[in-house]
Design a binder for this molecule. Structure first.
Ligand code: TMP
Length: 204
């Protein structure tokens, strides 16, 4: 049996890195084999592209360049890590996937959705998430939670940028049934309960 593909999405500071291990433990406790990964990244080459994407450059990085690098790393990641694991029956839990490109490069940077959808078709026609856990949080709250962190190139964008990213995530969540919106302003036990229930529905 093919494994299930679960992605975790949201703006900075919503708790994705706390939630991913919780998803992994929950699935493993039900006897599933789980591979945890992230984007951009997840393979040697894709992690190198992540380094390029998140570091500071003297030249301006064009939105198109950013988008193509995201999808270049994604193509490699899907073909060499995500698909082989799913085919072997392993569940794949991925921190961010193509919804992040729709939200950041589409909503945030203003690239037309149709271009992003074409790239998604080209890089992962056969591979789309079975479940996306979207952790939703107000941008002001997100900025309070992340103010003491050191920020990479994309995290240094202003609140208006993150508001557009959040709006794009919320409209994706309205459009796709696979996306479950979790209110990330709630306490961790409440967030975990909501996630456990989404995972139960997935396996039903
Ligand atoms: P993070 O996942 O460690 O937060 O860092 C990844 C950064 O890359 C984050 O700011 C979101 C951004 N990103 C995009 O802009 N588009 C994408 O498609 C993905 C996967 C991430």
């Amino acid at each position: 049996m093919r494994g299930k593909f679960i992605t975790v999405e949201g703006i900075e500071g919503v708790g994705k890195s706390t939630i991913v291990p919780f998803v992994q433990e929950t699935l493993e406790s039900e006897g599933q084999k789980v591979h945890v990964t992230r984007e951009p990244g997840g393979t040697e080459l894709a992690e190198a592209v992540r380094g390029l994407l998140l570091s500071e450059w003297k030249e301006t990085i064009l939105p198109q360049t950013e988008l193509l690098l995201m999808f270049a790393s994604r193509a490699q990641h899907v073909a060499t890590v995500i698909e082989p694991n799913l085919k072997a029956g392993t569940y794949v839990v991925c921190e961010r996937f193509s919804d992040a490109s729709m939200a950041y490069q589409g909503g945030g940077r203003g690239i037309d959705d149709t271009f992003i959808e074409s790239l998604a078709q080209l890089t992962h026609r056969e591979t789309s998430p079975d479940l996306t856990l979207y952790l939703d949080l107000d941008v002001d709250e997100s900025s309070v939670r992340t103010q003491s962190r050191s920020k990479d190139r994309i995290e240094q964008e202003d609140l208006e940028f993150f508001q557009r990213v959040r709006d794009a995530y919320r409209s994706l969540a309205k459009k796709h049934r696979r996306i479950v919106t979790i209110d990330a302003s709630r306490s961790l036990p409440e967030v975990e309960r909501a996630i456990a229930s989404a995972l139960e529905d997935l396996n039903r």
